[in-house]
Ligand binder design. Structure first.
Ligand SMILES: [Zn+2]
Length: 214
């Protein structure tokens, strides 16, 4: 059987199983969606967002790109953010990176690894800048894989920071104290997720008060 034939067949099996455990599920989902969280993850085939946290259809609004990046000038991620915050009013935004990320590794390795992939190269520009800024810190690690995993964490933190500085997010914090921003890292070797960073509306209040006082 061809791979794509298998996928279509498996879809029917999946739909039957879903219906067997929750007979109303598709009628309910057909009515609309009200997900609690926006997930911004990497495209990597080994990090399937819903499966690794046992989320059901309708629970996560998902955007994935190589190395889970937020670009203000990228209409794709910006439109997803706008819709998730304004229309769906999600309570959480999760930025999920993963250890051993190929996108991060390409940015860390440098050289001409990305020469044949100009779109990927352009997309990873901000990771390459992050690597250049943290050059001394990264020199501590002798193994490339340790360096990559450290940048995976730094990158997740940088994306959460970037989100916290967007007017879309700060306006929503002021209006309804949400969404909270979570930076997570997934470990391919164990299948475990961990939170490495978090930002909430209260943090912004303190910073704005300090800025006003100072
Ligand atoms: Zn990746």
């Amino acid at each position: 059987m061809q791979f794509f034939d298998r996928l279509l067949l498996e879809n029917r099996a999946w739909a039957d199983n879903m219906k067997a455990s929750d007979p109303e599920i598709f009628e309910r989902l057909h009515q609309g969606q009200s997900p609690s969280a926006l997930w911004i993850g990497c495209c990597d085939s080994r990090v399937p967002a819903e499966q690794i946290c046992n989320a059901k259809p309708g629970e996560l609004f998902i955007h994935r790109n190589i190395a889970n990046l937020v670009h203000e000038d990228d209409a794709n991620v910006s439109s997803v953010l706008e819709y998730a915050i304004h229309a769906l009013k999600v309570d959480h935004i999760i930025v999920c990176g993963h250890r051993g990320c190929g996108g991060i590794q390409a940015a860390v390795a440098g050289g001409d690894a990305l020469q044949a992939l100009p779109y990927v190269d352009k997309h990873l520009g901000q990771v390459k800048r992050l690597v250049a800024e943290r050059k001394e810190e990264l020199a501590r690690f002798s193994r490339l894989s340790d360096k990559v995993d450290h940048v995976v964490e730094l990158n997740v933190i940088a994306q959460v920071e970037r989100l916290s500085s967007l007017p879309l997010v700060s306006d929503s914090w002021e209006a309804r104290r949400a969404p909270s921003l979570h930076g997570w890292v997934y470990d391919l070797a164990t299948g475990h997720l961990e939170e490495v960073y978090r930002r909430e509306a209260e943090w912004a209040d303190q910073n704005w008060q300090q800025a006003a006082a100072g």
